[in-house]
Design a protein around this ligand. Structure first.
Ligand code: PLP
Length: 428
């Protein structure tokens, strides 16, 4: 048996791509109990996986463990999206003039309720980048103002702050967040160390996309506000919303939050949210000119003609989230998959204890995402070796974090991650 065949034969049969033909998967919404593993395995198989049959750039039988960029809609959300799309294409301007606003408001209300948010503090955007840029670019900066960001913040946000620095003379102070902190207080201290009486904004990434580390957000927010209560706290929740068990509305010390709903919420691509607390709304200029009420959160939605079908399908994605049992069982499933990947639940190859790999951030601070480094291989080599064995991941070459990031999702089955675990054993 050659090595490749050996790897592919480890349980892949259960997700054989040929099992999903044509539109069959649309009918495969599981009906079981979210407390049982079978439910999650059925759910994983219900997602469309035609990519496993190969494409121009990849071979067949790919296991996609790069679900951090954006992820599948489950079948029922996809169907709803298509139905809304059809309706809008039929009704065209009738929809735009007579129905559009009601549909947006329905989605606003549904999403706000699902996250304990005030609908009058919630705007829809295309993604986290747009949400956070609205606040970063629209803040009333003065020369000499200071902002604190993290050393592992997302590149686009760092660029946004660099731009306001050049444009307005804002000083950007960078907190050295530990890669794998021993205590929450180490993280809090990293932010506080960079604060001064001139600090006007602190930008915190809740779940660091590079390593998977979940920051003790609530503690950081409390400490920042205790130090200087008029500072604006801006949270990048791109990866944490509907992944970590925390409702955005419960973050009472967060003045503004941006997130992408095409990541862990399973909404269509191009749906994001921006939350701005009432007392801050009038102070932030919208990215697109708006001469209406400066206190109305809808000023951030002055986006022109756009795909409302995606916003409508968001309601189905929220319904889907409730149907699978809500935040806790989903979190448990994601953690279960990550543990299987790393072999830390007692089954399979134990990645951490092997001596061949280094885990960038301690497991007790991770959700679904983890990032590993091989002791003898470059990041690129490990990523390429995994891809040769049919496992798609992403190599992270960042000045603070280097490793291969592995991201399962609800569309990932147990056999997918066991296959990766076996490949890691061979590559060790
Ligand atoms: C931490 C973080 N912030 C922001 C973003 C940007 O998300 P989007 O491309 O949906 O705007 C990402 C994307 O992966 C991210 O990981």
């Amino acid at each position: 048996m050659n090595r490749k065949h050996f790897i592919y034969s480890l349980g892949l049969g259960a997700v054989a791509p040929s099992a999903l033909k044509g539109g069959e998967w649309l009918e495969r919404v599981p009906k079981g109990n979210p407390k049982e593993e079978k439910f999650w395995e059925d759910l994983a198989r219900s997602f469309p996986k035609n990519y496993q049959k190969g494409g121009k750039q990849w071979e067949t039988n790919i296991v996609n463990l790069e679900n951090g960029y954006f992820s599948h809609m489950p079948p029922e959300v996809f169907l709803a999206h298509v139905a809304h799309h059809n309706h809008i294409n039929d009704a065209t301007s009738l929809f735009m003039r007579l129905e559009q606003q009601d549909e947006i408001e329905k989605s606003r209300l549904t999403f706000a309720q699902s996250q304990n948010l005030d609908p009058d503090e919630l705007a829809f955007t295309r993604n986290t980048t747009e949400s956070l840029n609205a606040v970063i670019m629209g803040f009333p900066w003065k020369a000499g103002d200071e902002v604190v960001i993290g050393n592992q913040d997302y590149g686009s946000m760092v660029e946004a702050f660099e731009q306001v620095s050049k444009r307005y003379g804002v000083v950007v102070n960078v907190a050295n967040v530990p890669l794998s902190p021993e205590t929450d207080e180490d993280v809090v201290a990293a932010y506080l160390k960079e604060m001064t009486l001139k600090t006007r904004m602190v930008h915190i990434t809740h779940l660091i996309n590079l390593s998977g580390q979940i920051l003790p957000l609530q503690k950081v927010l409390n400490a920042v506000k205790a130090f200087k209560s008029d500072v604006m706290t801006l949270v990048d929740a791109a990866h944490s919303l509907n992944h970590v068990v925390l409702k955005m509305g419960d973050l009472i010390q967060a003045d503004a939050i941006g997130a992408s709903l095409h990541k862990w919420t399973c909404a269509p691509i191009g749906v994001g949210m921006l939350v701005v607390k009432k007392e801050w709304i009038s102070q932030i200029w919208p990215l697109m000119g708006d001469s209406g009420d400066p206190n109305n959160i809808r000023k951030f939605e002055h986006q022109g003609t756009r795909p409302i079908d995606s916003l409508m399908a968001l309601r189905k994605a929220i319904e889907f989230g409730e149907k699978i049992g809500g935040a806790v069982p989903k979190w448990n499933r994601l953690v279960f998959l990550r543990k299987l990947i790393l072999g830390s639940n007692g089954n399979g190859f134990n990645v951490k204890e092997s001596g061949s790999y280094h885990l960038v951030c301690n497991e007790d601070r991770l959700g679904a995402i983890c990032c590993i480094k091989h002791k003898d291989k470059t990041v690129q080599e490990l990523q390429n070796d995994l891809m040769k064995e049919g496992i798609f991941t992403v190599g992270i070459e960042h000045k603070v974090v280097q490793g291969v990031r592995i991201t399962p999702h609800l569309s990932t089955s147990k056999s997918d991650v066991l296959r990766l675990n076996s490949v890691l054993a061979i590559l060790a």
